[in-house]
Design a protein around this ligand. Sequence first.
Ligand code: ADP
Length: 543
Amino acid sequence: MQGLMMDRPLLISSLLQHAEVTHPHSEIVSRRCEGDIHRYTMKDAAARARKVANLLQRLNINDGDRIATLAWNNYRHFELYYGVSGYGAVLHTINPRLFAEQLVYIVNHAEDRYIFVDLTFVPLLEAILPHIGNVEGFIILCDEDKMPETKLPNAQCYETLLAAESDEFEWPEFDERKGASMCYTSGTTGNPKGVLYSHRSTCLHALSSVGEEVMGLSSSSCFLPVVPMFHVNAWGTPYSACITGAKQVFPGPGMDGASLWELIEAEKPDLLLGVPTVWLMLLNHMDSIGKKLESVKNVIIGGAAAPLQMIKDFDQKHDAFVVHAWGMTEMSPIGTINAYNGIMAALPEEERYQLQRKQGRPVFGVEIKICDDDGNELPRDGKTFGRLLVRGPWIVNGYYNNDDTSSFENGWFDTGDVATIDENSYMNIVDRSKDVIKSGGEWISSIDLENAAVGHPQLAECCVIGARHPKWDERPILLAVKNPEAEVDEASVLSYLEDKIAKWWMPDAVIFVESLPHTATGKLLKVDLRKDYENYLIDHGKA
Ligand code: ADP
C-alpha cells in the first residue's frame, strides 16, 4: 500500500523561497575582494537570485547547461548558487587552487558556457584563455567602475547586467533528481573527476546537517564558513543557512589570521568551519595579540585530521569546542561528525580529547562499514583497520561523463580511506588505502607514523611510504625534512620513536630530503615518491 502524502519535489529554489518568507531579515555579511564589507538580508539575496535567473534566460541558457563560478565566499556567489541551480542549469564551482592544466581540463570537460569570476581570478582565466575557447562569455563579479582591463573576450560586468533585469521570476518545478551543481575532485592521480549533485541530494544533505548534533544551526546562530564555496559547496552551508535563517559571515579572500579575527570581532559568529591549516593561522594570530575568541562556541574542522594540540588550544585558550568532521567531495561532503554529546560529557578531559580526535559518527542518511580486501565486513571494535565504504542519498553513484567504476562496489562507494569503527560507530581515519603499509599481512598507518615522527623537535615534515621487502612484502620507510640548520641523524629519529609506536611499525630506513611534494590542496603527494623509493630497501642492502 502506498502512503497518501504529497510528492513535492525537493528543489534548491524551495530552500530560498522558504528563507525569503521565513527569515527575510537574516543577515549576510561579506568581505568583498574590492576590500570593503558588504551587508544585506536574505530578502535582498532572493530578489537578486531571481535577477540572475532572468539574466540566464536572456543569455539563452538551457536546462542542464553548465554555468561556472570562480569566486570566493561572498554574497554574489551565494546569489549564483540559487539563481543558477534554481533556474535549472548546473552550477559548476571551480577550485582556483587546481593547477592550470587541471583548470583547463575541467572547464572543457564540464563544457561550461559562461564563467562568473571574481576580480582576483581574472588573471588566472587570462592565463589559460587559449585553451578554453568554447566558453561563450565571462561575467566579472564587480561594479561597473571596478571593471578591469582584460583580455577575456565578451567580458561583462555582473552588476550592470543585474541592474537591467527584473527581480520577478517564477522558479520552475522539475524532477528533484536533476543535476543542480558540480564539483571536481582535486585528483591525486589522473584527471579530476566530476561529482554532480542533484537537487534532492543537496536538500537532504542540508536537512540532515542542520541537526543539533551535526552543525547545530538555528535562526539565532551566526556562522563563518572559511571552507570555500568553490570546494564542495562550503560543506553545504549556503543551503543549511536557508533552512535555519542563521546569519552568514563570508570572509571573501581574507583567510589569514588577522583578517579572520577582524571579522570575528565585528560580527561575533558562534560557529566557524574550515580545514586545519586556516585555524593554525588564526590561533597563531590570537596568541600574538593575546586575545580570546569570545563569541565562538564551536569550530567544525574537516578536510584533514584535526591535530590534538589544535583541539586543546581551542578548548583551553578560547573555550571553543572542536567538532571534528569527515567527508569528501563525493559525499556532498558530510559523512561523520563528532559533536559534543552525553558520551563526551561523561569523560575525563584527556579521554574526551582522545575521542575528539576521531572523525565522529555517521549522520542519519549515511551508512558506513569497514571491509578487508575481499569485501568481507570487519568488526566494529575500534581496533581493526579496514577499507571504509559508504552509501546514502547524497553519495556519488558515478562520475560525470567518466566510466571509471573502480570505486563502486555492490551499491557502496569505496572512500579510499582506511578506518576503524567502534561499538558506538565512532569512526577513526587511520590512512588512505593506497598509503597504508601492508607488512606481513598486517596494516601500518603511514599517517600515525608521520604524526609520531614529526613530533621530533628537529624535523619540519615527515612522509612515510611502503618500500618493497622480500620477506614482509612492504616495510615503512620515513622521508624527513629537517628544520633549517638542524643536526639530526637516523639513529636519533628511531630512538625518538621507540616509546611512541609498536616495535614492528619502526621504519626500516630514515632518509633526509630537501622537500616533499604536495597536491594542489596541500596534501602530501606520495605517488611519485612510492615509485622513486620502491626498491630502496633492496638496493641499499636493508632487506
Ligand atoms: P580533495 O583531496 O579533493 O580536497 P576531498 O576534499 O574530497 O578531496 O578530501 C576527502 C579526503 O580528505 C577524505 O577521503 C579523507 O582522506 C580526507 N579527510 C577529510 N576529512 C578528514 C578528517 N577529518 N580527518 C582525516 N582525513 C580527512
